[in-house]
Design a binder for this molecule. Structure first.
Ligand code: SF4
Length: 210
């Protein structure tokens, strides 16, 4: 009798782990992971993630590219670094998750699913670039209204009590936006960062093609 392997409907990309190793910051350390689960057990946001970091790293090894790139694990990491400092094998967990999110956007996996995250990130960056600081009122307003006037009013009304309490406890600034000194220097730093990022992206693109 001839034994047949069970048919699998899931797509596996067996080159994915090597690709991550070459193109994701810290990805070359993934082969150090011994699947102990300390990272997932340490993560304060673990319950909000599709998969904990340990499982996500196993999925990378297994070539489950689509599931990894579409998972919300890479978006819900708040970069508290608990997993990274506790990992007994020195795997840069936070850096890997962060870099995977950049790659997911670049490869077209993330835009629709994470529109909220993208909109918030844009508002955050607008303030950081303009003032050198994040003005929580302007960031919040920009984020709320980026989904339309109706959504902005709805979210503003829903959270107005929190805002008033924050003002009362001097946790939210009132008045003109605060700015750092020497914002010209910040602009030069950010322009250099964009230049480096573009250069790295171009190099990664060449590597993928070759
Ligand atoms: S703590 Fe480190 S070694 Fe353990 S599963 Fe997480 S990444 Fe792997």
């Amino acid at each position: 009798m001839t034994a047949h392997l069970p048919e699998t409907k899931r797509k596996y990309d067996l080159t994915f782990a090597r690709w991550v190793s070459r193109n994701v910051h810290g990805g070359d350390k993934l082969n150090m992971c011994m699947q102990c689960g300390v990272c997932s057990g340490s993560c304060p946001l673990g319950e909000q993630m599709d998969y904990g970091p340990r499982r996500l790293f196993m999925m990378i090894r297994a070539g489950m590219k689509d599931e990894v790139m579409k998972s919300d694990t890479i978006w819900n990491c708040v970069a508290c670094y608990r997993s990274e400092v506790r990992c007994p094998r020195g795997v840069p967990v936070t850096h890997i998750l962060d870099s995977l999110s950049v790659v997911a956007v670049r490869e077209g996996y993330a835009e629709a699913k994470n529109a909220e995250t993208t909109r918030f990130a844009k508002a955050f960056w607008w303030s950081a670039k303009k003032f050198g600081l994040t003005d929580e009122r302007l960031v919040t307003a920009l984020y709320y209204f980026s989904g339309g006037i109706g959504e902005g009013i709805r979210k503003g009304m829903a959270n107005q009590k929190i805002a008033l309490r924050m003002i009362g406890k001097k946790r939210m600034h009132v008045g003109m936006p605060r700015k750092i000194k020497r914002r010209g220097e910040l602009k030069k730093i950010l322009a250099k960062a964009v230049e480096i990022e573009n250069r790295n992206d171009a190099a990664a693109g060449e590597e993928v093609k070759s």
